[in-house]
Design a protein around this ligand. Structure first.
Ligand SMILES: *[C@@H]1O[C@H](CO)[C@@H](O)[C@H](O)[C@H]1NC(C)=O
Ligand SMILES: *[C@@H]1O[C@H](CO)[C@@H](O)[C@H](O)[C@H]1NC(C)=O
Ligand SMILES: *[C@@H]1O[C@H](CO)[C@@H](O)[C@H](O)[C@H]1NC(C)=O
Ligand SMILES: *[C@@H]1O[C@H](CO)[C@@H](O)[C@H](O)[C@H]1NC(C)=O
Ligand SMILES: *[C@@H]1O[C@H](CO)[C@@H](O)[C@H](O)[C@H]1NC(C)=O
Ligand SMILES: *[C@@H]1O[C@H](CO)[C@@H](O)[C@H](O)[C@H]1NC(C)=O
Ligand SMILES: *[C@@H]1O[C@H](CO)[C@@H](O)[C@H](O)[C@H]1NC(C)=O
Ligand SMILES: *[C@@H]1O[C@H](CO)[C@@H](O)[C@H](O)[C@H]1NC(C)=O
Ligand SMILES: *[C@@H]1O[C@H](CO)[C@@H](O)[C@H](O)[C@H]1NC(C)=O
Ligand SMILES: *[C@@H]1O[C@H](CO)[C@@H](O)[C@H](O)[C@H]1NC(C)=O
Length: 679
């Protein structure tokens, strides 16, 4: 941009007289340029540097509220101020002479207290948060202290003494930032090098050296995250549905959060029909997704990954047992999506089961085992949570379940929680709401969630998986030697690497369909629920589960693609690299498994009950653009001068055009020369 302007200025020195208008305009332009060298400088340097690795806080809505962030239509601009310690914030809140400011906040300071301060101030036009590395020692959770409150099983009629986390705050670290409604944009800077570029610009132009006031030009940032939807899901869905009734080309302004649950069964079942009510199924469940302030990133996903990796390892272990096809009871492995948003996945599956829209019905469920938060630590105590209300009537079954799990001990110690404590927030609650099913939630926390970091823990997760697999085997009526069932720590290691470090690894490459190879990247996938399509994490869980529990068949590609049936699903996967080939050709094969996807979209939208208090109503606003950039701004006075000069030039050119038009016959009596044509 600078280069172009300079060229124009250069050519203006060698202008030729071509007519009255040009003379007039060029003269004016030159005058304007001469107005001040500082101004010329700022025009020249007004170069935008886009920020390429950012994540954005977007707007979400439920039945009654809007949460999240947004910018104005044309983006919000502010002078950058870096806040690295608590005291720095004074400058933006009161001392700094150039509001509005965009605060570049150190990840460590991204706390409730700080954000409340910024939210109050009219001098703030946006916040950019530098990602905290390593993650804060104290842990960070933008969720609420009582997750999914109001959507679990406890309410005024069912265990009222446990409702609203009455006797237990499950997530004491939760600062609730996620549920706040901010009137300014908030961006996450994911790349330290980009953050460094911004800090450099700040140091050079904005830093108040020796307490002196920095002079223009100043380094500024502009954040674009304008959101189309406002107020609530009820409002935006009503508007959307009205539009689709009356308009051929409806403008959708919000979409329900939805994705797919992944499930499979140990023994194949006919999915075209309902399971016979005498058949019993043990349901194992974990969630895939986790919460995040920022769209399409979920930096705190380690605990969700640890739980579903344990679940996958247990599924693999039990599939290796010899007599599984003759077990009296079946086992269903279930991975829920959208649980962070008032139990989207589990509420949909429970609803489908209740309405006979799922091959397995509620009465088929013999018992329920959920893997809650299993953090990546070496702690070897697992706690079993049960529902104190239904336990009174189902105590025999629940105790039975306890004794089975506890006796299958390995290095892991399984301990019972006193029966006075409620269930933690869990998918199980959505099933318990509909039917009294005996069940437990296994977690490594006795009282409240722990947010920990990745350590070398494949061994300990494999031990947990072993305990789970043995308990399942016995619950399903297995009479063989349960202690032969053993989860493989190498599989756990490979999964942790794939799900937490890099999805583009040779194992994941070999187990997915060729048309999905584009989802593999040199980083972990986001664990954030999307709108109406399987997110990459869902696909990966699907194909890992198929690899661990399926069988390689000798079908050809054509046979494979046409084999999907009532009992099995077939996938033509990429396969490993051909070791003999010099080119990077692969040896594809056909995998047969019982793994399937099923909708994880809240029944509230199925029922068009957008104000539902029973089912999740979360929707995401649509937007046109999400991006951020930095540049140098001139002072307000200079911008006004620019504008005024521009307007004056415009007026004069109108007058000149009118004059030329009126006198055209006088001015253009001779034919035009070639120079004018070229110009
Ligand atoms: C919607 O979210 C807000 C903010 O978290 C909450 O206060 C409100 O109770 C929720 N409404 C419903 C119907 O769940
Ligand atoms: C940042 O820059 C350094 C040196 O140029 C490079 O080694 C590093 O990989 C970069 N980091 C990221 C996250 O791009
Ligand atoms: C983003 O990418 C563009 C084009 O590759 C580059 O010019 C710019 O410097 C990058 N931004 C930052 C902050 O590095
Ligand atoms: C700040 O003040 C000190 C002493 O008053 C002086 O030596 C130094 O050069 C000043 N720095 C700047 C950037 O003005
Ligand atoms: C599955 O059930 C459907 C409907 O009852 C039936 O037509 C089909 O033959 C069954 N498939 C298998 C493999 O048993
Ligand atoms: C899946 O990954 C690809 C490649 O990284 C990315 O372009 C795409 O947006 C991702 N899809 C979703 C739904 O996140
Ligand atoms: C993934 O790895 C393969 C080689 O193993 C490479 O060819 C491909 O470009 C990589 N994909 C991405 C997105 O980095
Ligand atoms: C699973 O992946 C491994 C390693 O790529 C492969 O050897 C095995 O055959 C796969 N199994 C299935 C059932 O896809
Ligand atoms: C696949 O294997 C089965 C036995 O497991 C055999 O009967 C069948 O002929 C084989 N099919 C092909 C195409 O090789
Ligand atoms: C690779 O070559 C060896 C020796 O030529 C042969 O035995 C083997 O079957 C080949 N493997 C594949 C996958 O083609």
């Amino acid at each position: 941009m600078a280069a172009i302007e300079e060229e124009e200025m250069g050519s203006s020195c060698s202008w030729r007289i071509r007519g009255v208008t040009e003379l007039l305009l060029r003269g004016l332009l030159l005058c304007a340029l001469a107005a001040g060298s500082g101004w010329c400088n700022s025009v020249e340097r007004k170069i935008y540097i886009p920020l390429n690795r950012t994540a954005t806080c977007v707007r979400l809505m439920n039945a009654t509220h809007q949460i999240g962030c947004q910018s104005s239509m044309n983006g919000d601009t502010g002078v950058i101020h870096v806040v690295e310690k608590q005291e720095d914030v004074q400058w933006v809140l009161s001392d700094g002479p150039h509001p509005p400011y965009i605060v570049l906040l150190d990840g460590e300071l991204f706390t409730r207290g700080m954000m409340d301060q910024l939210k109050e101030s009219p001098r703030i036009s946006g916040v950019a948060v530098a990602i905290a590395k390593p993650r804060p020692v104290k842990g960070f959770s933008p969720g609420s202290r009582c997750p999914n409150d109001g959507f679990g099983v406890y309410n005024s009629t069912y265990g009222p003494q446990y409702a609203h986390c009455n006797n237990m705050e499950w997530n004491p670290l939760g600062n609730g930032l996620f549920y706040e409604d901010f009137s300014f944009p908030i961006f996450l800077l994911q790349d330290e090098n980009e953050t460094e570029v911004i800090k450099q610009c700040y140091q050079t132009y904005n830093f108040p050296h020796n307490g002196s006031v920095p002079q223009y030009p100043l380094c500024a940032m502009q954040l674009f995250s304008h959101m189309h939807a406002v107020t609530s899901t009820v409002t935006c869905m009503r508007r959307t549905s009205l539009q689709s009734t009356f308009s051929i080309n409806p403008e959708v302004i919000c979409d329900p959060l939805s994705d797919y649950n992944v499930w499979s069964t140990l023994k194949p079942i006919n999915v075209s029909t309902n399971l016979n009510s005498t058949e019993k199924v043990i349901m194992v469940a974990t969630r895939i997704d986790s919460h995040s302030m920022f769209w399409n990133v979920a930096p705190g996903a380690e605990s969700a990954v640890a739980s579903f990796v344990t679940h996958l390892a247990a599924a693999e272990a039990i599939h290796k047992a010899p007599d599984i096809q003759t077990l009296p009871k079946n086992i269903m492995f279930t991975f829920f999506q959208g649980e962070s948003f008032d139990y989207i996945g589990s509420s949909r599956m429970a609803y489908d089961m209740q309405k006979n829209k799922f091959p397995i019905r509620l009465e088929n469920i013999d018992c329920f085992l959920e893997l809650g938060q299993i953090a990546l630590t070496n702690s070897s105590v697992l706690w079993m949570h049960t529902d104190p209300v239904s336990q009174k009537s189902l105590s025999v079954e629940v105790t039975n379940l306890f004794s089975r799990c506890s006796t299958s001990g390995t290095g892991v110690e399984v301990q019972e929680i006193g029966s006075t404590q409620a269930l933690p927030p869990s998918s199980f609650q959505r099933f318990l709401k509909l039917k009294e099913i005996p069940g437990v939630v296994l977690a490594d926390h006795k009282t409240s969630f722990q947010n920990n970091y990745v350590t070398e823990t494949a061994e300990s997760l494999a031990e947990v998986a072993t305990v789970v697999a043995r308990a399942l085997y016995q619950l399903a009526g297995g009479s063989g030697n349960a202690s032969a069932i053993q989860a493989d720590p190498r599989t756990v290691t490979r999964m942790l690497y794939g799900f937490l470090v890099r999805t583009n690894n040779s194992w994941f490459q070999s187990i997915i369909k060729p048309d999905l190879k584009g989802i593999l990247e040199n980083e972990p996938p986001p664990y954030y629920i999307a709108v109406s399509k399987p997110v990459n994490a869902t696909y990966l869980v699907h194909y890992v589960l198929a690899n661990l529990t399926g069988a390689v068949t000798n079908l050809t590609k054509e046979q494979c693609l046409n084999s999907d049936g009532d009992l099995y699903e077939y996938a033509w996967v990429q396969g490993p690299q051909d070791p003999n080939s010099t080119t990077s050709s692969r040896l594809p094969f056909c995998v047969r498994s019982t793994v399937r996807l099923t909708s994880a979209s809240s029944p509230a939208f199925e029922l068009q009950d957008w104000g539902s208090t029973q089912y999740s109503t979360w929707t995401e606003s649509r937007w046109k653009e999400l991006h951020a950039r930095i540049f140098l701004v001139a002072s307000r006075q200079l911008e006004i001068i620019t504008l005024v000069v521009g307007i004056v030039i415009l007026i004069i050119s109108f007058v000149a055009t009118y004059f030329i038009n009126a006198k055209a016959d006088v001015l253009f009596t001779t034919p035009r020369d070639s120079g004018a044509v070229a110009y």
